[in-house]
Design a protein around this ligand. Structure first.
Ligand SMILES: NC(=O)c1ccc[n+]([C@@H]2O[C@H](COP(=O)([O-])OP(=O)(O)OC[C@H]3O[C@@H](n4cnc5c(N)ncnc54)[C@H](OP(=O)(O)O)[C@@H]3O)[C@@H](O)[C@H]2O)c1
Length: 297
């Protein structure tokens, strides 16, 4: 008997992301079921409710996707889901809250590829400044730190605190340096000694202008994930993919949102496809996303 491929899309918030629904269907899932308001206390029941209705070793026909907008909650739910399985009764699970795991994975992989190809450098020891501490910024900080970069996460708003950052960094066993830069002058000062600048602010907000770039005389790469005008860094356009941008002291390589988005799309699609082709359970999180993105950068 051939079974239809079901994707349970689980989120603690009140709606699932249409982007993620489309991706699951394009990967080959035939039935998509959204489950909203499901968090840490109920995900184990969800997993166990789904595994026993299908034969052992049928992870390829039942998938789960953990979304929402909180990287710590999604990571915790992924761990709970993994522990809830009763081998050989298992499902495959992918966590990608706000698209942050696949987006940050693509961002870090594209930057590392660009560093290698254009400057014969790697992220190891590189001075990398991330502006914006939302889900994408936090995930980028952890991945860049894992790759050996010297990372500082710069918070952009007065209301920002580092509770989520410390929990997330602890989860991955890293320490992330952080500071706040709300005023343009503070951001210019933070950018000055960066070799790589990454902006991960809310869509449609310009974080750094020409003055910041003109003052960053050691800058090799500037990358921005925001596709909504204006872009996060003046002169970094959405279509840029290691393009040269000239400033006062010379030039740097520019990577825009669609250059990153192309790799993010491929990363998410291939992770979903791998779940459909594996009889054994795959439990995929942030580090798995990086491994996949590295193949497509
Ligand atoms: N290219 C792609 O494939 C792709 C995929 C997914 C998402 N994205 C983009 O990634 C970016 C980050 O998304 P996200 O989900 O991590 O977070 P987000 O909720 O969009 O916000 C990110 C951060 O922006 C800062 N921010 C918020 N309001 C601000 C304001 N008025 N002025 C200055 N900064 C402000 C805050 O930084 P602090 O907390 O530090 O104050 C916030 O944490 C967005 O632009 C999103 O569109 C791109």
């Amino acid at each position: 008997m051939s079974r239809r491929r079901i994707m349970h899309m689980i989120t603690p918030s009140d709606s699932v992301s249409p982007f993620d629904v489309n991706m699951a269907v394009d990967a080959g899932y035939e039935v998509i079921v959204p489950h909203c308001g499901v968090g840490e206390s109920s995900i184990a029941d969800f997993v166990q409710d789904s595994i026993f209705s299908r034969p052992p070793k049928s992870a390829s026909t039942t998938g789960m996707f953990i979304g929402g907008g909180d990287v710590n909650r999604a990571s915790e739910m992924l761990e709970i889901a993994k522990r809830a399985m009763v081998p050989p009764f298992e499902v495959s699970v992918l966590a990608d809250p706000n698209g942050a795991f696949t987006t940050s994975a693509a961002l870090v992989a594209v930057i590392e590829r660009c560093l290698t190809e254009t400057a014969s450098e790697t992220l190891n020891g590189c001075n990398l400044k991330i502006f914006g501490g939302g889900p994408v910024g936090l995930s980028t900080a952890v991945l860049a730190k894992e790759r050996g970069a010297s990372v500082r996460l710069i918070r952009l708003t007065e209301r920002a605190n580092n509770v989520a950052l410390s929990e997330f960094a602890t989860r991955y066993g890293v320490e992330i340096d952080s500071c706040r830069a709300v005023e343009p002058s503070e951001r210019i000062a933070e950018a000055a000694d960066a070799q790589v600048i990454v902006t991960t602010a809310k869509a449609g907000i310009q974080v750094l202008g020409q003055e910041a770039l003109d003052g960053a005389s050691g800058l090799l790469i500037a990358a921005d994930v925001n596709a909504v005008p204006p872009t996060g860094i003046e002169g970094v356009e959405v279509m840029h993919n290691a393009d040269d941008v000239v400033c006062k002291w010379g030039s740097f390589k520019s990577i825009g949102a669609l250059g990153i988005g192309r790799v993010k799309y491929k990363t998410q699609l291939e992770m979903l496809k791998s779940m459909l082709s594996s009889e054994d359970s795959l439990v995929l999180g942030l580090l798995d996303a990086y491994a996949e993105a590295d193949r497509h950068a």
